[in-house]
Write a protein of this length. Structure first.
Length: 94
């Protein structure tokens, strides 16, 4: 795991078709180098029903780095036009 990778993630439990699954919210601000790794690791967990990445106004290559995940039905991408802070990013994902 890359150093400094401990992003605050929100985890929401849901029941879908009588099966408990998690929705994981990953706030991201200029995390182009690390967020693909985090997404891959989260998607490996069988309990994860969806991964919600909230790009909080990044100006690096974050959006380009997560482009490959956009076709995954478990992946949701939300983009803020400007940085609003980690709390706002988590709230947007919930």
């Amino acid at each position: 795991m890359p150093s400094g990778l401990f992003l605050l993630m929100g985890v929401i439990m849901k029941e879908i078709k009588n099966e408990k699954v998690c929705s994981v919210v990953i706030p991201s601000y200029n995390e182009g180098k690390t967020v693909p790794y985090v997404i891959n690791e989260v998607l490996k967990a069988k309990e994860v029903g969806e991964v919600i990445v909230v790009d909080d106004g990044s100006y690096d290559n974050t959006e380009q780095k997560i482009e490959k995940f956009k076709t995954n039905p478990k992946f949701i991408y939300i983009k803020h036009n400007k940085n609003r802070g980690k709390g706002a990013a988590v709230k947007s994902g919930v």
